[in-house]
Design a protein around this ligand. Structure first.
Ligand code: FE2
Ligand code: FE2
Length: 236
């Protein structure tokens, strides 16, 4: 399985548009994780990847923030089977909009498989309720986060509680913009102690925390940005 970063605060490859937000495409099975903050940049990056929109079978939304949902409504009319996995943390008005654009909202409020070997953790409580996406790969787990508002450590621990093992890879926004380098160092150490081997922080992680994760994870630190492709089989 490939994870293509289609929207991020940083651009990893020339030509790819960056912007505030996050989105990643999982292929196979064709699941879009979050949708960045706006449709045009998302679609431009999709075409740079040479990925046809027909390949998007469903969309998973982590939490109800504009920088993760902003690309959705403009994209829905272009999709063949616009099923949208979300949870009760989204407004009823947003769900009405999805239906108006012929999308099919599917509410998932507890851990559940949404495609073979791909699961939602269900929403974790936090300043903003947020669900993580879990990918099972060669008996290991990868955890994708939107902003990790409930806390990246808490999301890793919840993964362990649900599945009986910690993720070997965590990827996405860690929301540590106001966290000092020192605090981020101890958080990175705590994640390693939980069994996380690869850290791919992006989006709202913040410069100081990015440096702290690079310091602690060393070769296990993966630089992320729009245009990046991760082949999970090669990492696990
Ligand atoms: Fe965000
Ligand atoms: Fe957020």
């Amino acid at each position: 399985m490939k994870i293509c970063i289609v929207f991020d605060n940083r651009s990893f490859r020339p030509g790819f548009v960056s912007g505030w937000g996050f989105s990643a495409f999982l292929e196979p099975p064709g699941i879009l994780f979050d949708t960045g903050s706006e449709t045009k940049a998302l679609l431009d990056n999709f075409s740079l990847f040479n990925i046809s929109l027909e390949k998007i079978h469903s969309i998973f939304l982590s939490h109800f923030h504009w920088d993760h949902t902003g690309g959705l409504l403009g994209m829905l009319p272009l999709l063949q089977t616009p099923r949208v996995f979300l949870h009760s943390g989204f407004s009823s008005g947003f769900m009405v909009e999805i239906k108006r654009l012929r999308g099919e909202p599917v509410i998932i409020d507890r851990p559940q498989e949404i495609a073979p070997d791909i699961f939602s953790t269900g929403p974790l409580a936090g300043p903003v309720p947020e669900a993580g996406l879990i990918i099972k790969i060669k008996r290991q787990l990868a955890l994708l986060t939107g902003c990790a508002h409930p806390g990246i450590l808490e999301m890793v621990k919840e993964t362990k509680r649900i599945f009986g093992q910690s993720p070997f890879l965590v990827l996405g926004g860690f929301h540590l913009l106001r966290t000092s380098h020192k605090k981020a160092l101890s958080l990175a150490c705590a994640l390693r102690e939980e069994g996380v081997q690869l850290a791919a922080p992006s989006h709202c992680t913040g410069e100081k925390a990015l440096q702290a994760f690079a310091d602690i994870f060393q070769d296990g630190f993966l630089e992320i940005g729009a245009g990046k492709v991760l082949k999970l089989e090669e990492l696990s």
